[in-house]
Design a protein around this ligand. Structure first.
Ligand code: GTP
Ligand code: MG
Length: 551
């Protein structure tokens, strides 16, 4: 380093990088973006999409002999990675080292001939492994290779967390139990890639990208798969038209509204999935087609023209990558909210997971010193390449993580969780709006029980759907949980008895047990009696009853 100097070394490394890319095919986007240990969401998407294109999904018998299966598939090319999972039957995801192997696999694949039925001869990378010999038991896919694609039930989680030694460990353990696995993530990209093959029949240059919690870092095993049909990359949109003389343009259907065009496109693709592919349409109202993808077990939401949601996904991903406490806290709060019915899988007047995540981010911006920067700050750090304006909305923010300087906040997860509940237990929802762009509460611009400014479409409220009673329940639960966690913040000492020692819920586990205040309906009633007092007495009476029952 002394002899050649730092600048020359960097140049030299860049040359090696270029050489590797040209000669060995290293994903240069990923290499460049991975500097400073962070990968941008775009780099992750590009890498995962490329993996998915080399992959196939194979339905197989639950007693499939793993060795024979792999030996057979390996006839068509080198296998880079594979795993088995169960979802209404056993499936295998096989990723080849080269995409050509998929084509050669197709050459050796037959169209089913069924004596009394007809088939739609639609070929895809969803295949079935058949075996004319009797199926053999030994060497089935081992438990490790048979990946579960759903999260553990809440009771099991409560038990697991109760065994941890500290609240910080409980929170980390919760994230580990709930977050998407590597395999689940691959499966999500593969489903998008399979759907892209269908859409590409009409729009060969399209891409289908996952967004939302499948890729923003906050997805829980079993969450829906939000997909975005991207038609912007279709060539010819920016073709230069001569000033005079002849030129050709495509003859295309027109409609008054973009919304109608989107709806027509989505409904045709949805219909194809339903008629040719393995999906069942659940709902096809603009702006999305919702269908169940049977082989993966995912509920899929396909949308188009949804660039702002893609930007929100990118932003959430960035915040989650900046500090590990962000993801841990979001996972814990989301799990807590789901356990108490604050959030729901059915749309309604409840707080959405997206709103809840923004509330956590806002809380982390309000710490002293702040754990994450404001969106305005991220916009100020943006370079020209980051500029993004979507339908007149400024969606610009920095993509180079190395430009972001974080402040040194050393609060523990336990402190943050307690503070989160306190913060929202006493937040002035009546007058103030939550605003992650400014990182400061603002006066509410309109009447709505809960006002969370949409980070990019700043005139909109992301929690417009939430009614007063749902907000009341949230506040009451924050008050209860704040008190509960302070009362139960130390792990009970384990008695020496081996084996069947009873596990007492403590710390985060107690927050996931059924609440005593969920029935609170109106704000008025709380005026006469401080909620904390009422909760305290309710809990005390419950504790006493429990103790009496146990003794
Ligand atoms: P779960 O599916 O509940 O795990 O979370 P999710 O983040 O994927 O939420 P959802 O499927 O409801 O929405 C998908 C994505 O759309 C979110 O991550 C956001 O990027 C975006 N989104 C959802 N709701 C809103 C909203 O009210 N306003 C805005 N601007 N974007 C939203
Ligand atoms: Mg989602």
């Amino acid at each position: 380093l002394h002899t050649i100097g730092r600048g020359s070394l960097v140049k030299c490394l860049q040359k090696v990088d270029t050489f590797l890319h040209r000669n060995i095919g290293t994903n240069v986007v990923a290499v460049q973006e991975e500097k400073n240990g962070f990968k941008s969401l775009n780099a992750v998407q590009a890498e995962r999409q490329e993996q998915a294109e080399r992959s196939v999904l194979i339905s197989c018998h639950s007693r499939t002999n793993e060795k024979k299966f792999l030996k057979y598939i390996a006839n068509y090319g080198d296998i880079q990675k594979y795993f088995f999972y169960e979802s209404y039957g056993m499936y295998a995801v096989v990723e080849f080292a080269n995409q050509e192997s998929v084509a050669s696999l197709f050459e050796g694949t037959a169209i089913p001939s069924i004596s009394h039925e007809s088939v739609v001869p639609f070929k895809s990378r969803l295949l079935s492994m058949r075996n004319l010999d009797s199926v053999d038991l030994p060497n089935q896919p081992s438990g490790k290779k048979r990946q579960a694609q759903t999260s553990i039930p809440i009771n099991e989680l409560i038990q697991r967390l109760s065994k941890e030694e500290s609240i910080d460990q409980q929170i980390t353990s919760l994230t580990e139990a709930y977050q998407l696995t590597e395999e689940n993530c691959r499966l999500r990209f593969l489903v998008c890639s399979l759907l892209k093959d269908i859409a590409a029949g009409f729009f060969p240059e399209c891409t289908i990208k996952p967004f939302g919690s499948s890729v923003n870092g906050f997805g829980k095993l079993g969450c829906d798969l939000d997909m975005f049909l991207d038609l912007d990359g279709i060539s010819g949109r920016n073709a230069t038209i001569p000033k005079s003389g002849l030129f050709l343009e495509y003859q295309m259907k027109r409609a008054n509204l973009e919304r109608i065009v989107t709806q027509n496109i989505l409904s045709v693709i949805g219909e194809c999935v339903d008629q040719f592919g393995p999906g069942k349409i659940l709902n096809a109202r603009c702006p999305l087609v919702r269908f169940a993808h049977q082989p993966s077990g995912f509920q899929c939401d396909l949308t188009a023209n949804n660039r702002v949601a893609m930007k929100s996904t990118e932003l959430l991903y960035l915040y989650g990558e900046l500090d590990p406490r962000v993801r841990h806290l979001v996972f814990t709060v989301r799990c807590w909210a789901r356990a108490h019915g604050i959030t729901s899988s059915i749309p309604g007047a409840w707080i959405s997971n997206f709103s809840l995540t923004v509330m956590v981010l806002f809380f982390l911006q309000r710490r002293s010193p702040p754990i994450i920067p404001t969106l305005d700050h991220l916009r100020d750090l943006a370079g020209p390449e980051d500029k993004s304006v979507i339908e007149d909305n400024d969606c610009t923010f920095v993509s180079d993580f190395s430009k972001i300087q974080l402040e040194s906040n050393t609060e523990t997860l336990e402190q943050l969780l307690c503070e989160f509940f306190e913060f929202y237990a006493s937040f002035s929802f009546r007058t103030l709006s939550i605003n992650i762009r400014k990182g400061k509460e603002q006066n509410k611009p309109e009447v709505a029980p809960l006002h969370i400014q949409n980070p990019f479409e700043t005139t909109l409220n992301v929690s417009k759907n939430v009614n007063a009673s749902q907000l009341d329940r949230f506040v009451a639960l924050c008050q209860e949980s704040s008190w509960l966690i302070q009362q139960n913040n130390t792990a009970p000492s384990r008695d020496g008895t081996k084996g069947k020692a009873t596990i007492t819920p403590w710390g985060v586990s107690t927050l996931l047990l059924p609440s005593q205040v969920a029935g609170i309906k109106t704000r008025k009633r709380r005026k006469f009696e401080p909620a904390s007092e009422r909760i305290k007495s309710l809990l005390e009476s419950l504790k006493n009853t429990n103790q009496q029952n146990q003794s």
